[in-house]
Design a protein around this ligand. Structure first.
Ligand code: ADP
Ligand code: MG
Length: 332
């Protein structure tokens, strides 16, 4: 079993199944993400691991100990929520020390641990400020320091970056990941944002309706989605099945062609060795700054999206316009 282990865990809310017979093993030190649409059961799983929610069925263990019936404060886990809930009248250092005080640790030791945690989130210079003097991103980091200072074996994070704007959020994703690695704590992270999960995680569980639809590394779930739900949820994708798959690859199976794998060529293009090609007509050219998406109407009424990185292939950016006949090629 994993460091954090769930066996047959279910949760019903008055007849509604929020989590359905979940088995899950998370090794120590892993950055593990639960990714899925709203209502898929992610928060409920996290709250059951934390002990804020009882299980309807199943068992949860942490570091070999069955915690299923334990109260939240008897579990060696800590939770970081989206609303940071700092005490407004206490300094940053006092906020971070608070949990140690309730554990009755001696004053000098408290101060030392708190300053170390504040330093870990790179805010040592703000230790004596009050929460209202900090930005949203800084407050988020203090909330993290407050959890880290208690040295939990497992840290649970429920969409902790959800309130931040995009730029700050992307910066925090990278910082959070490096804090996790340095601290060596197991992180269980909930998000509905696929890019966020891809950026930070060692492994991702993709949730759908209270079950795990796929579990794997970011590369595995992105390159080899196990179902059309996973492929669709992970972003723009060329998903083909039935007649369209037969027309394009000669087999009636679920085919997932990532847009960045497709190359466009003029209509007289001859396939190179190891390439599959199909003919089509460009219907739209969408410039997004970093890359350009070409929408191609192809055989059997299929629609393919090809993405080109603009700095890599400026010639492609200029060479196709809507109405052009093209050959779409990809390596098998
Ligand atoms: P997510 O975090 O993936 O958005 P949740 O775990 O919050 O999903 O919710 C999963 C399902 O359980 C939803 O259908 C939600 O409405 C239901 N649910 C969650 N908490 C409660 C509750 N306290 N009472 C009743 N239903 C709930
Ligand atoms: Mg949630």
């Amino acid at each position: 079993p994993g460091f954090v282990s769930l066996r047959g865990v279910s949760k019903n809310f008055d007849g509604v199944t929020a989590v359905n017979k979940l088995d899950l093993d998370i090794p120590s030190g892993e950055f593990f993400s639960m990714l899925g649409p709203s209502g898929s059961g992610k928060t409920t799983v996290l709250r059951m691991i934390a002990g804020f929610e009882t299980v309807t069925a199943g068992k949860i263990s942490i570091d070999g100990e069955d915690v299923t019936e334990l109260a939240p404060f008897d579990r060696t886990v800590n939770t970081v929520f989206q609303d940071y809930a700092l005490f407004p009248h206490m300094t940053i250092q006092e906020n971070v020390e608070y949990g140690l005080r309730t554990r009755r640790e001696p004053k000098a030791q408290r101060a030392e641990k708190a300053l170390e945690a504040i330093d870990r989130v790179k805010l040592a210079h703000l230790a004596n400020q009050l929460p209202h003097q900090l930005s949203g991103g800084q407050r988020q980091r203090i909330a993290l320091a407050r959890a880290l200072v208690l040295r939990p074996k497992v840290l649970l994070l429920d969409e902790p970056l959800g309130a931040l704007d995009k730029q700050l959020r992307e910066k925090m994703q990278i910082e959070l990941k490096s804090i996790q690695r340095e601290a060596g704590i197991t992180f269980i992270f909930v998000t509905h944002d696929q890019e966020e999960a891809m950026t930070m995680s060692d492994r991702i569980a993709v949730f759908n309706e209270g079950r795990i639809e796929q579990l794997g590394t970011p590369v595995e779930v992105y390159e080899k989605p196990a179902s059309s739900f996973v492929a669709g949820f992970l972003g723009v994708s060329n998903l083909l099945s039935g007649d369209q798959a037969k027309a394009l690859v000669g087999r009636d199976e679920l085919v997932n062609l990532r847009p960045e794998r497709l190359r466009l060529h003029a209509s007289d293009y001859v396939a190179a060795a190891g390439e599959t090609t199909t003919e089509g007509v460009v219907t739209e050219v969408i410039y997004t700054g970093a890359h350009t998406n070409f929408v191609v109407q192809a055989q059997a009424d299929s629609r393919l999206i090809a993405t080109s990185l603009n700095e890599e292939s400026p010639e492609q950016l200029h060479s196709f316009v809507p109405g052009d006949k093209v050959v779409v090629a990809w390596r098998n």
